[in-house]
Design a protein around this ligand. Structure first.
Ligand code: ADP
Length: 397
């Protein structure tokens, strides 16, 4: 780099000054210079825009134009080389204006010798290097700042996520404690009544009812605990599917009685329709059974007394289609995807509380199980017009 000549462009309509400048530059020892010369404003601007020169010397008087105009035009068209203005003696105002407009320096014509010229060029180049270094470090600082900002944003997001997860965990803990407490209270009070001695002992009828209540409450608790355990196992990839040929009608036959007695108790109707020709499916019967339990118990839960729940099974080219249809409260559009996420429950817009007590885990469980089987689950619903939960399990080939 040190051996490269410094390329200087002289813009001056006076050829004599070009000859003089060339002589001055050749007098400078130690550094080679290559001087180019243009006389006209237009040519000068074009040449300067090519940015091949290290420094430009601009005469102030350029026919109809001034060196100041050229300087401004060159700066505006992104000329990089530092510019030194050449002015006449006593043009002090012009010197100042040139410096204000962005000139690196000025030299007074007629009073410039080789040493002065060399120093002006050297200073101009150094100043330019300093400015470039400054610009680079500014860019670097800007990049660092941007990086720092984006790390800060990531941290803030991570913190917000953590807070949300903590809030959910706290909510969930509260919900679970609360929800486990009520069936447990039922169990304890039923056991207490069943254990009454002597003349306070319940009649056989009442004992049967209390046993029934205790059994249902225990089932509820077990269901909740299983949901929780299985969702976390599924999430951790720890639940192994025990696939075997799925005999869904037989599985339903086992469950139907339980569903029917719940329907009778809750004053709802329950129907099962199985179309013939169901496809052959390999699945984990216990998990699929729990998916159906969840969907049916939701249908009971989100339907008013007198409501009607229907379970349909059919097959198509794709696989086995199961539908759990109810004529209950339905699900607002904005929730239809989200209810399959963990802990998401439809809330009452007025109170902000869930429309029914629950954990928001059942459908997350259902989706994980169905997807683990390579299937799909979704809901068709309209508020006030019931819901149909549909899942499809791929037929095995
Ligand atoms: P949970 O019932 O314990 O709240 P789920 O994951 O089973 O949790 O359901 C999530 C939410 O989806 C429920 O809170 C409820 O708002 C809505 N939902 C589920 N099933 C139905 C249904 N059959 N009808 C109306 N809303 C339902």
């Amino acid at each position: 780099m040190a051996n490269h000549p410094i390329r200087v462009l002289l813009v001056d309509d006076d050829e004599d000054y070009y000859v003089l400048t060339r002589a001055l530059l050749s007098d400078i020892v130690g550094k080679p210079y290559q001087l180019d010369w243009v006389a006209r404003y237009d040519d000068a601007l074009r040449t300067m825009q090519t940015n091949v020169h290290d420094v430009c010397l601009l005469d102030f008087h350029l026919g109809q134009h001034t060196g100041l105009e050229l300087l401004r035009a060159a700066l505006a068209s992104n000329c990089q080389a530092p510019m030194i203005m050449l002015t006449g003696q006593g043009d002090h105002e012009v010197d100042l204006e040139a410096m204000r407009a962005g000139a690196a320096d000025y030299l007074t014509k007629g009073r410039t010798d080789a040493a002065l010229l060399e120093r002006a060029i050297r200073y101009a180049l150094e100043r330019r290097r300093t400015l470039e270094a400054l610009r680079e470090s500014q860019q670097h600082i800007a990049q660092l700042y941007e990086q720092e900002q984006s790390q800060r944003r990531e941290l803030e997001q991570a913190y917000a996520d953590l807070r949300q997860a903590e809030a959910l965990r706290d909510d969930l803990t509260r919900m679970i404690v609360h929800d486990l407490r009520s069936p447990l209270t039922v169990i304890i009070s039923s056991l207490h009544l069943l254990g009454q001695p002597g003349k306070y002992a319940p009649s056989a009828d009442a004992a049967g009812r209390w046993l029934d209540r205790a059994r249902t409450a225990s089932q509820r608790m077990l269901g909740m605990i299983s949901d929780l355990l299985e969702v976390s196992k599924l999430e951790a990839g720890e639940l192994q599917l025990k696939r075997a040929p799925l005999l869904l009608p037989a599985l339903l036959a086992e469950k139907e009685d339980g569903y029917r007695s719940q329907a009778a108790r809750d004053n709802r109707t329950f129907e099962v329709r199985v179309r013939p020709g169901l496809p052959h499916v390999m699945a984990d019967a216990e998990l699929i059974g729990r998916v159906i339990d969840n969907l049916v118990s939701n249908a009971f839960k989100y339907t008013e007394p007198g409501g009607r729940i229907e379970l349909q099974l059919e097959g198509d080219g794709q696989g086995l289609i199961a539908r759990v249809r109810d004529d209950g409260m339905g699900i607002p559009a904005e929730y239809r995807e989200r209810i399959f996420e963990k802990f998401v429950q439809v809330t009452d817009p007025q109170t902000g509380a869930p429309v029914r007590k629950g954990t928001g885990l059942g459908l997350a469980f259902c989706r994980m199980v169905v997807e683990a089987h390579g299937g799909r689950i979704w809901v068709d619903s309209a508020p006030g017009q019931g819901s149909t939960f549909v899942f499809v399990l791929p037929a095995s080939v």
